[in-house]
Design a binder for this molecule. Sequence first.
Ligand code: NAD
Length: 473
Amino acid sequence: MSVDFTSDFFMTIDGQLIDSGRHIDVINPATENVIARVPDSSLEQLNEAVAAARRAFPSWAQTTLTDRQGLVRLISEKLLENLEPFAQLLTREQGKTLDYARWEIGGSAAWFAEFAKMAPSETIIEDTPEHLVKIRHVPIGVAGAIVPWNFPVLMAVWKLAPALIAGNTVVLKPSPFTPLTTLKLGELISQILPPGVLNVVSGGDELGPWISAHPDIDKVAFTGSTATGRRVMESASRNLKRLTLELGGNDAAIVLPDVDIEDTAQKLFWGAFSNSGQFCVAIKRLFIHETIYDQLSQAIVKYARTVKVGDGTATDSQLGPIQNLSQFERLKNLLTDIHENGQKILLGGEVPEGQGYFFPLTIIDNPPDDSRIVAEEQFGPILPLLKYRTIDEAVERANASAHGLGGSVWGKDVHQAEAIASRLQAGKVWVNEIHVVTPYTPFGGHKQSGLGVENGSDGLHEYTNAQTLSIRR
Ligand code: NAD
């Protein structure tokens, strides 16, 4: 059981490696060189993938839970055995440093392993000599999984693992910017699962809409921007697909006056700039109490100056480039707006000439709440620092967003911090830590950051239909 990392890239349809008549170039964002080309699926090929998933569904749904758990555990083991080549490939297509890439592949393997211990619930509601009533959770059918480019493998695994454990078959689509690691993952998994249980298709802008509108796909699990999520929801309505939407965020962090400045500065920096800010739950608005604003701002800027941005394959790089040209251009456009509105820049602000989509770590000093850098999701390494006076004001401003993905509160008095955190309108809220996510805890957005959750038993049940079974004895 092995994957040839030197070969071309193929889709996996019905257990076969499939090319297409058309192709898409994949670019390394650190060099701007084309590093591979991948199949650009036609509608007919997507239809074949969906038909294969449909054919495979009845017998896969009938396998025992123990068998499915065993196969998902085996996927985890084989992914771990191939961790290094998967990580190397991920860095080349995504840009993130090798350490981050190893973390993502290792984390994906861990996710498969932990989901392999889970089971959809069956609850007995009534059990008398006359009457038995139980609630079962049965698989939905064919699940379409649509994934973004920031954590291409982990976001795919968050969908695959629960879908497979629950007994669904899957058609998985990576982002056109980062399809390589996912296509190789498809090759690996096709050696473990029966044909048709997992199909991986790659393609351009048409493929996602074909999936979300496909009459023979029963559920779509989508991670991406809120704008695209709306379109997915609209087209999914045609056959009333079940939906999980993990969308954009504009997460606030609120820093209380009693924090340890140096220690918190570093944690806040990584909370905002990990993965070069291309993180759905990155700190995107940092509210600092006015009494420590200057001191903490200086400490964050001082620390940020020590962080090296470069090619993810270089051992001294701590952060990589922006993943793709269109996001790079979007960030440059935000920077132009910052310059044009005369906002004060504490760090960065000038994009270097040269190859690669390298964007400087940029920190903005107290821009107005209605400025674009505060009101919009930046999804990159630009962080606005915002000064507040009272807790009520900070909470109100933090919640004044259509998004509600994550949030955090930082302070020595944990009870006070918890009371503030519980007032944040967001699906994932941390106190004195950030980005702690587990396979056992639901992850999802409030408001326009999403619909439903991933992970935990709630996330697993999103790949099932509830069935009440009522038996008159
Ligand atoms: P995107 O919405 O542009 O694309 C996401 C995926 O959807 C890609 O695979 C894309 O090809 C596909 N797609 C594009 N148009 C489609 C359509 N009309 N129908 C169906 N599919 C379509 O997002 P992106 O730029 O890849 O990712 C960045 C966004 O993702 C950010 O807003 C970020 O916050 C969000 N995100 C959210 C989470 C979360 O868990 N909530 C995690 C990571 C990223």
